[in-house]
Design a protein around this ligand. Structure first.
Ligand code: FES
Length: 153
């Protein structure tokens, strides 16, 4: 495949890259940019482990071709903390034990931040509905909801 030029920002840093058109945003982040915080679970839009923000909107990065993100601004789990200071959602996940194995956690946290930002954190039911695309096989759901509710308050 011929590589296509791609200019985008990741965690506020500009990148000028050359990318094969078949490469997903997820693989670009993990393999080309070595940002391995974003996880690959299913690679076909069913688990939410690969969730990132594209221009502030949550996206399953396994379903987005990298070249579709020309000029976009991507935020990954690595871009949430402010230096050594955790994002409030990261701190709340730790406080409430919002994970066990941790594999789904980056995606859960990116969705959780979007949940509040988009105004879908007004009740446990609403949070559960918004977060339903993020699968946790350890079953940390109640603690994840507690974490989101605390940050919302
Ligand atoms: Fe993208 Fe599962 S890896 S949704």
């Amino acid at each position: 495949f011929e590589k296509i030029p791609l200019n985008l920002k990741v965690n506020n840093k500009p990148f000028s890259l050359k990318v094969e058109p078949r490469v997903t945003l997820l693989d670009l982040l993990r393999e080309q940019l070595r940002l391995t915080g974003t996880k690959k679970g299913c690679d076909h839009g069913q688990c939410g482990a690969c969730t990132v923000h594209v221009d502030g909107v949550r996206v399953n990065s396994c379903l987005s071709l990298a070249v579709m993100n020309e000029g976009k601004s991507i935020t990954t789990i690595e871009g949430l903390a402010n230096g050594d200071v955790l994002h409030p959602m990261q701190a709340a996940f730790i406080k409430h034990d919002g994970f066990q194995c941790g594999y789904c956690t980056p995606g859960q946290i990116m969705s959780a931040v979007a949940c509040i930002r988009e105004g879908h954190a007004n009740s446990k039911e609403e949070i559960r509905e918004y977060m339903s695309g993020n699968i946790c096989r350890c079953g940390a759901y109640p603690n994840i909801i507690d974490a989101i509710q605390e940050v919302k308050e």
